[in-house]
Design a binder for this molecule. Structure first.
Ligand code: DAH
Length: 340
């Protein structure tokens, strides 16, 4: 038995020299000193010894255990130091290296203009309301006085989802949604995406953005429309910009107008941007057709209103002199970075 003990001890000392890290040390400890370890199994064998021998052997085993334990402890301390030193070396941070440059992002020019529009119209008491892009024919056309087979539907090349559902061709269906669910006074704007089956070119895209305006109250007149749009034009493009109304036709307004703004590139003198006219066509507007009011459940003898709709791409292009609408969609950083 003593032989065995000696062998265990020598073996242990030998192996301890080769231990490289605290993990291996722990493995060794468990193998020799653990509950099922080599030393413990020797203690189990004590039963076979004579009663005189037992205390002496017991003492030797305990002494051996104490020696091995202290050897492990000191080895552990050394290894821990070594591992810490290694870790510190590995984790060295060179605080003198210049940081990687992080460039700040910027708003897309159309978002800048959209934020301006919301601020301008909020300032005049308008509330912002959004509607769905996948829309019922009912709201996109019917309630806006564009019955099935109405020729004016041809002007908008519509993406049909099924017979009764379309990708909205304008933001005007939000008017119908608001009028059918609220009581006047109503004063809302509604920005959002719209869809038309158009080829992509410098001024067209199958997906683009509009903003709609609607006011319904007692005694609303075309003068209110003109004042509202003049204020909008001056806030967005600067003092000196005025609107010009030309007679036009939309099924949902009567009378209707095509609205031009003073060309901000030349101040109205005439230039290449406005093709020498001094005016830029920007939006459609008019007095809400009494038929539309009635279809949406609003008494047209008591209430009147005006509405307008315009393209946000167009407003953006005019504000920043962008030569081609496609720049707005291509996400080219050389373009986008100019709007810091
Ligand atoms: N929805 C029209 C279009 O997409 C724009 C428009 C014209 C909206 C007149 C209106 C309006 O609200 O009154 O071309």
């Amino acid at each position: 038995m003593q032989e065995k003990l000696k062998a265990i001890r020598e073996n242990f000392i030998e192996e301890l020299k080769n231990v490289q890290d605290t993990n291996a040390l722990e493995q060794l400890r468990i193998r020799v000193l653990g509950k099922k370890g080599e030393l413990t199994s020797i203690l189990r064998g004590m039963g076979q010894l004579s009663p005189e021998e037992r205390p002496r052997m017991g003492q030797i085993v305990n002494e051996t255990r104490a020696k091995l334990e202290s050897a492990i402890e000191s080895a552990q301390a050394t290894l821990k130091e070594k591992e810490k030193a290694l870790r510190l070396q590995r984790e060295t941070i060179d605080v003198t290296i210049p940081p990687a440059e992080r460039s700040a992002g910027s708003l897309h020019p159309m978002n800048i203009v959209l934020n301006d529009l919301i601020e301008i119209f909020t300032g005049m008491g308008f509330e912002t309301v959004e509607g769905p892009e996948i829309e019922y024919d009912h709201y996109n056309f019917e309630l806006l006085n564009l019955p099935k087979n109405h020729p004016a539907r041809d002007a908008q090349d519509t993406f049909y989802v099924d017979e009764n559902v379309v990708l909205r061709t304008h933001t005007s269906p939000v008017q119908a949604r608001v009028m059918t669910t609220r009581k006047p006074p109503i004063r809302i704007i509604s920005p959002g995406r719209v869809y038309r089956a158009d080829e992509v070119d410098a001024t067209h895209s199958p997906v683009f953005h509009q903003i709609e305006g609607l006011v319904i109250d007692k005694n609303i007149s075309m003068g209110d429309l003109k004042g509202t749009l003049d204020t909008f034009a001056q806030r967005l493009y600067g003092k000196g910009i005025v609107t010009r109304f030309r007679p036009s036709f939309f099924p949902f307004t009567e009378p209707s107008a095509e609205v031009d703004l003073t060309c901000s590139a030349c101040g109205g003198k005439g230039c290449r941007v406005c093709k020498g006219t001094g005016w830029i066509e920007v939006l459609g507007a008019g007095m809400v057709n009494p038929r539309v009011l009635e279809m949406c459940g609003i008494d047209s003898r008591e209430y009147s209103g005006f509405a307008f709709g315009m393209g946000i791409e167009r407003l953006t292009i005019l504000k920043y002199n962008v030569p081609d609408m496609r720049y707005l969609y291509e996400n080219d950083l050389r373009f986008l970075k100019q709007f810091r």
